[in-house]
Design a protein around this ligand. Structure first.
Ligand SMILES: Nc1nc(O)c(N)c(N[C@@H]2O[C@H](COP(=O)(O)O)[C@@H](O)[C@H]2O)n1
Ligand SMILES: [Zn+2]
Length: 372
């Protein structure tokens, strides 16, 4: 716990700094909380942090409960900072509002209102009704960014779909031979490994398994791994692929064919889960993964499946890695296949676009406008 005094901060920067600290705490559980949000909580009394906590996983106590338990008697008259409105319902755990009231806190600073209809303003109301001062909306956009998967899941009853691809400066995701190792540099690739550990599933198509034989893991024994999902209509897949090694990381294959195929039994014997969906579409896969409680799904597929996923509304966010390389060639694969658009005026224009440099690569992030 950081016990450094924070008295030198004036009120608003103090609140911002404390909510940022909540976000930092919450991020310790990245990739582990679905379907629950990432939440951190800090309790400050007389300018000193007396308790901190974060929500480690669904079914575990909420962040506020850990912070209150660390603060003990010091919670009396203290200010509580939390990046998400305290809950006011009996779910897997009892309401945090009641725990805060019982502890005698004087003030609660909330990053954002909880979109979960079981809470959604009722937590704030309950605290105010108990005479606790409540401030809402501190560092709100950072709080929303942190929990964008959770928010999307609650609002649309689907996981947030993130399409990630890496391309050369001339827009190719491989050479004409199919060779693609590597387009981006080490920094970008390790950033992608971290991104995987913050996602609940990663999806590729059969082509990617056949051509790249990827691991689709976080490559870090201390970080969580996403569920590996393969979409293959025909189950025309190699018998030996890295993703069939399921001792440490599970793999789920969606297909249209059933038990009649030769490979089906082989996969089942390897511990791979095989689900038949007829027809097999990106949106049906996302609906299935929603029912499996997932919030963030990373599409790391080739251009054909990427275009299908975009057209089917299964992708909301784009992460495009651009390497300063030129491969050229006729008909080399590009990151997004045919979307049926013939006029530049019909192009999908991303919103909330930002970029950063990773080594000698650039990563551009943006959101597809809501088409609902
Ligand atoms: N404020 C707050 N802190 C946490 O640590 C949380 N996990 C939540 N989650 C909210 O409560 C719902 C889950 O409740 P159970 O864990 O099932 O009891 C979740 O949907 C959020 O609304 N909130
Ligand atoms: Zn709670």
């Amino acid at each position: 716990m950081d016990n450094s005094p924070v008295t030198s901060f004036p009120e608003t920067p103090l609140a911002q700094a404390m909510i940022q600290r909540c976000i930092q705490l919450a991020r310790q559980a990245l990739g582990r909380t679905t379907p629950n949000p990432l939440v951190g909580c800090v309790i400050v009394r007389n300018g000193e942090i007396v308790g901190e906590g974060f929500h480690p996983a669904a079914g575990q106590p909420h962040a506020e409960v850990f912070a209150l338990s660390e603060a003990g008697e010091n919670a009396q008259g203290a200010t509580v900072y939390v990046n998400l409105e305290p809950c006011n319902h009996y779910g897997r755990t009892p309401p945090c509002t009641e725990a805060l009231i019982k502890a005698g806190v004087a003030k609660v600073v909330v990053g954002m209102v909880d979109p979960d209809p079981r809470v959604s303003g009722k937590g704030i109301e309950r605290l105010r009704a108990a005479g606790i001062e409540v401030v809402v909306g501190v560092e709100e956009s950072a709080c929303r960014q942190l929990n964008e998967g959770f928010i999307h899941r609650i609002l649309y009853q689907r996981p947030l779909g993130i399409l990630k691809y890496a391309m050369t400066l001339d827009g190719k995701i491989a050479a004409t031979s199919g060779h693609s190792k590597w387009i981006t540099g080490e920094k970008s690739r390790s950033w992608v490994h971290q991104l995987r550990s913050a996602c609940d599933a990663v999806i590729v198509g059969g082509n990617t398994v056949r051509q790249d034989n990827p691991n689709l893991t976080s490559h870090n024994p201390n970080a969580p791994n996403p569920l590996r999902v393969i979409m293959s209509r025909t189950l025309d897949l190699p018998r030996d692929a890295r993703v069939w090694q399921t001792d440490d990381v599970p793999t789920l294959v969606f297909t249209e064919v059933g038990t009649e195929g030769d490979l089906y039994q082989h996969l089942v014997n390897q511990g791979v889960e095989v689900v038949v969906l007829n027809p097999l579409t990106p949106s049906r896969v996302m609906a299935y993964l929603y029912d499996r409680q997932l919030s963030r799904v990373l599409w790391e597929c080739g251009g054909i499946l990427a275009a299908n996923a975009i057209a089917d509304g299964a992708v909301q966010k784009i992460l495009a890695f651009i390497a300063p390389k030129i491969i050229g060639g006729h008909g080399g694969p590009s990151p997004v296949g045919d979307l049926g658009l013939t006029l530049m005026t019909d192009a999908l224009t991303l919103e909330r676009v930002s970029w950063r440099q990773l080594g000698s690569d650039y990563v551009v992030e943006g959101y597809i406008p809501n088409r609902e």
